[in-house]
Design a protein around this ligand. Sequence first.
Ligand code: SF4
Length: 481
Amino acid sequence: MIALLLFDMPFEQDIRELFMAFYPGRTYIYKADPQAGIIFTGRRIDNPDGGIYDVELIFGSHTEPEAYDEEHFSVNIYNSRTEVKNELKRQLYRILSKHTGIELPWGTLTGIRPVKIAVNMMESGFSTQEVLDEIKTTYLTGKEKACLCVDTALNEIRILKDIDYNNGWSLYIGIPFCPSTCLYCSFTSYPISRWALKKNEYIAALCRELEYTAKRMKDMKLHSIYIGGGTPTSLEACDLETLLSALKSFFNIDDVLEFSVEAGRPDSITYEKLLVLKKYGVDRISVNPQSMNLKTLNTIGRNHDVDMVKEAFALARKAGFLNINMDVILGLPGEDAEDVQNTFYELKRLAPESITVHCLALKRAARLNTEKYRYKSTAYEAVESMLDISRQYCRDMGLMPYYLYRQKNTAGNFENVGYSKAGCECIYNIMIMEEKQTIIGCGAGSTSKIVIPDENRIERAENVKDPALYIERIKEKYMDL
Ligand code: SF4
């Protein structure tokens, strides 16, 4: 248990997130408690010499004198808020690093979009070297992650350079059904078998929402479409035909820069479905193995084996898809570096145009979390070496990092990275991370983010997650359509 006692002092979230990076899985309390193993006390003090935040850290307890330790530091608060925050985090980082013996690869950077810092600096005229130095000194980020951040930012700027953010938008369509539920799943996803009877009602509701969206957005240019979920290809070929033909009648699909479908689960992919996607102009799909090791696929509850991944990939090539992404998760239960090596060896033989590498995130609602006593978690150092393997393979395959984000509660607090061949990157993935362009989400569980550039803010709106409720809401909302 860690106690955070803040008196007239902001930055609670930053402080807690830094603690979480060093001590994953601990509970936080906000009052003095003798059970707390660490007590952080921060208070603002105004004195004749200036204002300061005075910080005291107590490790261990008076009842365990051998473990007891006290640290103390102060931060001048007459600098800018950002400088104060960065200085506070640097001092706290050094103390926690000394006490745990851990150096965090990302240093004090705990946010989910570190690339934004690099992109903003580059767009303000800073050189690559200056950005690199700033990331290393201000955030104590290790050289390797700082280089990854800068490389990703350079690619992102190149990919987005001709995109008119203010007059364009992206469309997300959510299909919340899957063949089965993966052990680690925290998305809006329901087994398709339970929805066999009502799925037509879902598609009809979705088409209504799409029609309304097309009318509302008619004056803006649709840049990219992403159909995700769930697993869109868990629908039958005839359902996909219904959805895509409606989509084509509402929007000018021929003009979009990118049309992606997350085919995702190999056990949902058929040649017939792929031909429907191709017919309606889908130009990028994902075939996601997550692992190419059978024992892992069985553990995580996927209904497919390694051969099915290869078959689905071959079918996609046969159907004419020249831009295929494959998702991999590092830190899956029971996997070690050798398993990851095998996964990438197999992917290299398939030679997809892009690979998205995720670190396993323990999300609250996922079965992996609720039943975590049954699975051995992967050590921090092991995930680091898995990331090294993934980076090396992607480099050998000519895939460059183009988008990156970090998730809370990932194994080792590492990053998720999209690697791609030049020209095959997913623009939508960057847009969702950088929040520079409006994204309208249609379907159960989808989120819309409306960028209001004049006011420098984003408005969010979420659809209900439950498909039955979604169908009801759409009926009520768009009665007149
Ligand atoms: S394929 Fe994705 S959305 Fe479907 S159950 Fe697995 S993790 Fe969840």
